[in-house]
Design a protein around this ligand. Structure first.
Ligand SMILES: *[C@@H]1O[C@H](CO)[C@@H](O)[C@H](O)[C@H]1NC(C)=O
Length: 339
């Protein structure tokens, strides 16, 4: 024990020196990991390892049943899924089939911007899929919102028959277990003005030469390393439906035109919009992600130059940088094994 702690102090000192010269915030988690690993190692060699644990756990024997997954027996108002899709019918089928079993899902709206309307066989499959998951004769409503113009702004158009305040905006190529989605919905209910999502991103001030600040878009690695973020992407996020009308009717049209023309960054624009309206950061929720498409690489960089350009252009169009940093992450405490 003493040995490992001494080592830890040494590591910590070296890390602190490093931190001063390179990055501001270091991964405490790494240190914690070393500490736990070394402590376990020290314990296992003395042979008295887990007695400590088991004697503590005796107290808990009479309430070790796991709690039921659904927390509310009354069905409070649910949420709607707004799914963006583009000529990937297998993914669409898989996604709809999956989500229609989520308990508090009210309806699914598919944003359809293809020149051809959805085929009979696709419609038939999807309605069947939704019906097969019905409970007590009630099943998830399925709607297509068909647009003539092919634009990424379509995913944020107002939807007339949207009956819930909560919208879960999702791409067709990522799947989250219902437990993750429902947990994110709980988080959103605590903060209904915020964007609450699974995919955090960040922006950095690039050159600090006075007023002419340029920003850089930071991907997954940036967020992982610093634990800081300022956006959650609309490929998997909850937000209030009022932001649809703000996006379509109130936001400067130059931003929507930029999005259509460049076929990119509608998600950054939405993050700007919500941040500007609330003055508050988004909320990152921990959840399991299954990427069923083949576009996973884009999240690891490569296209970050175009994304940085979007951040800078939108900053100019908003007249300021509205994004707010945070490091809050919401986790389901039932799934945390360590404290
Ligand atoms: C940003 O927020 C301000 C204050 O709420 C508002 O007046 C302005 O119209 C918003 N800007 C955009 C581009 O939405």
């Amino acid at each position: 024990m003493r040995g490992s702690c001494w080592l830890n102090r040494r590591i910590e000192q070296r890390f602190r020196l490093l931190a001063i010269s390179t990055v501001k915030s270091m991964k405490i988690k790494l240190l914690l990991f070393f500490c736990v690993a070394l402590t376990l190692l020290a314990f296992s060699t003395t042979g008295s390892t887990f007695l400590l644990w088991s004697s503590n756990n005796n107290d808990n024997n009479n309430h070790n049943q796991t709690p039921p997954l659904r927390r509310f027996t009354d069905s409070r108002k649910g949420y709607s899924i707004v799914m963006n899709t583009w000529k990937r019918y297998d993914l669409l089928k898989q996604s709809i089939k999956h989500y229609s079993s989520c308990p508090r899902l009210d309806s699914v709206h598919i944003v359809w911007s293809e020149p051809e309307p959805p085929s009979e066989s696709l419609l038939k499959f999807l309605y069947q899929a939704v019906k097969s998951k019905s409970r007590d004769g009630r099943y998830v409503k399925l709607r297509f919102d068909i647009y003539k113009e092919d634009s990424l702004n379509n995913r944020f158009k107002e939807i007339k028959d949207l009956e819930t305040d909560a919208v879960f905006s999702i791409d067709d190529d990522v799947i989250f277990p219902c437990s993750s989605v429902e947990f994110a919905f709980d988080v959103w209910q605590s903060a209904p003005n915020a964007m609450v999502g699974f995919v955090p991103r960040v922006h950095w001030a690039d050159s600090l030469n006075g007023e002419d600040t340029k920003f850089r878009y930071g991907g997954w690695w940036s967020v992982w390393w610093t634990g800081t973020y300022s956006m959650v992407l609309s490929k998997a996020a909850f937000f209030h439906k009022k932001y649809f009308s703000l996006y379509t009717n109130e936001m400067p049209s130059s931003i929507r035109e930029y999005v259509t023309k460049n076929r990119n960054c509608e998600d950054i624009a939405m993050s700007f919009l919500v941040a500007n309206a609330t003055g508050a950061p988004p909320l990152w929720v921990k959840g399991k992600i299954y990427e069923i498409g083949s576009t996973g690489i884009s999240s690891l960089g490569g296209h970050s130059i175009r994304r940085s350009e979007c951040v800078n252009i939108f900053t100019a169009m908003f007249g300021r940088m509205p994004l707010v940093y945070t490091s809050v992450k919401a986790v389901d405490s039932r799934n945390v094994w360590f404290w």
